[in-house]
Design a protein around this ligand. Structure first.
Ligand SMILES: [Zn+2]
Length: 190
């Protein structure tokens, strides 16, 4: 799947919406991205994960590791493509960790997968966790890099699509200046 095909899927699944949105950060944006509108579509997820797996197929990946919640789906499907296991980390009391009996062995070749990179913070934490167990990270596969390629993990990273979604403080928001009301999202507006 190319970046162009992925952005098309963002649109057809409704994962990427146009409007005038209040983000959880308090900033305003003319776009809103809800990854689960896309992650609940098996055909799109299959295509995304096939691309990720294909990119790292010669890296002798022993195990695929994702981060909850989106990474659970991706790790499963990328693992299926690479004929290996897919496990996931979870956040417990603000700490990223493995539960459910998941662990990594020393020297194991790990492919990290993530759906959306916003600042990269969670991935940096996951990298530390994996390294602390003595495993080797052979690459990172990301569906959508919202830093526009700005984040550098120091590890080979493959992002299918990369673009910054612009946002503004309310006083600088072009749509507010035009008096355009905020868009209500979904049934709850969340
Ligand atoms: Zn605004």
């Amino acid at each position: 799947m190319t970046g162009e095909e992925l952005i098309k899927s963002f649109r057809t699944t409704g994962a990427l919406l146009d409007g005038h949105f209040l983000l959880t950060s308090g900033r305003h944006s003319d776009k809103y991205f809800e990854k689960f509108a896309l992650l609940c579509q098996p055909d799109v997820v299959e295509a995304v994960c096939a691309s990720m797996a294909d990119h790292f197929k010669n890296e002798n990946v022993d195990i695929v590791v994702g981060a909850a919640t989106g990474g659970i789906i991706l790790a499963y499907e990328v693992g299926k493509n690479l004929n290996t296991r897919g496990i996931f980390s979870e956040r417990v009391e603000e700490q990223i960790t493995f539960r459910r009996g998941f662990y990594l062995e020393k020297g194991q070749r790990v492919l990290l997968v993530d759906d959306v990179v916003t600042t990269g913070g969670s991935l940096f934490e996951l990298i530390e966790l994996v390294k602390s167990m003595g495993a080797v990270i052979v690459g990172i596969a990301v569906m959508y890099d919202r830093t526009g390629g700005d984040v550098n993990f120091g590890i080979t990273t493959y992002a299918i699509y990369s673009e910054i979604i612009e946002s503004w403080e309310q006083e600088d928001c072009p749509q507010c200046k035009q008096g355009i009301p905020l868009t209500q999202r979904g049934r709850t507006g969340k």
